[in-house]
Design a protein around this ligand. Sequence first.
Ligand SMILES: Nc1ccn([C@H]2C[C@H](O)[C@@H](COP(=O)(O)O)O2)c(=O)n1
Ligand SMILES: [Zn+2]
Length: 191
Amino acid sequence: MANANNSNGQEQTNGNNKDLNTKREDYLEWKDYFMSVAFLSAQRSKDPSTQVGACIVNDENKIVGIGYNGMPNGCHDDELPWSRTGDWLDTKYPYVCHAEMNAIMNKNCSSVSGCRIFVALFPCNECAKLIIQSGIKEVFYMSDKHKDRDYMIASRKLLDLAGVKYQQHIPKQRKIVIDFDSINERHPKKP
Ligand SMILES: Nc1ccn([C@H]2C[C@H](O)[C@@H](COP(=O)(O)O)O2)c(=O)n1
Ligand SMILES: [Zn+2]
């Protein structure tokens, strides 16, 4: 679309040639926004191999819980292993809390029943149980890369039996960049 002109007939654009007089069309749509919140939350994770975030949303599009994978409260993450291999007790697996669990436990309302959860990876069977018991009704995930593993087959079986819907989220915007410096950009002076 052509840029609007101001009263002096001059175009009003910013440094990136964005029209400053017309409503933005490239704003984040709701589901991309919630998945982005999940991905941003994942950046808090100290897991060296896989950072996962989850975001729970109610039917008013309000975020009611956020979480990422990390060690349990009070268990210092320098005192527990982050390894993937070796003796089971020396790996992270028996200790780490999954993003979905943390998002549910961090809820800022009395119940997440009827809510949706946005999560980077398809939930494992243990998280599926938590999702079902908490009353979450729908799962949006980005990747199902472990779908052939037994615990994922079990997860789908549980979700199907409980009537929890799930679907892969295909984002409209493939990449979202946060540029903290952009807030200091100044627009051309108003006429
Ligand atoms: N839906 C999921 C799946 C995995 N996680 C966490 C659990 C671990 O911290 C990490 C997976 O580690 P990897 O086996 O890839 O080294 O991701 C989760 O929170 N939610
Ligand atoms: Zn899990």
